[in-house]
Design a protein. Structure first.
Length: 95
């Protein structure tokens, strides 16, 4: 279980805040958000931010931003995605 008091004590760095805002508010992958935030090894750093308990403060901030987006726009991220299918075939046409 994550200690919420310990998470709240950690301060976001400028780059961490930028990463979280890009990741939560833009249509970017975690790697691209880290790259644009200025990290030299964006793939590894993004994985750490989203999966490592040492970066719970970053994960919490992303959660807060996503909650604000859901509240503001009355959407969820799962509702905006859809299944992409190939072109529909004309069933009346016979080749």
């Amino acid at each position: 279980m994550t200690d919420l008091k310990a998470i709240k004590k950690k301060q976001l760095t400028r780059k961490q805040k930028r990463f979280a805002e890009l990741y939560a508010n833009q249509d970017l992958t975690q790697t691209e958000a880290c790259r644009r935030a200025g990290y030299q090894h964006p793939r590894q750093q993004a994985t750490r931010f989203l999966n490592n308990v040492d970066f719970g403060h970053v994960q919490q901030y992303i959660g807060e931003l996503e909650a604000e987006n859901r509240r503001r726009y009355d959407i969820t991220f799962t509702e905006t995605g859809g299944t992409v299918s190939g072109p529909k075939r004309d069933t009346a046409r016979q080749d």
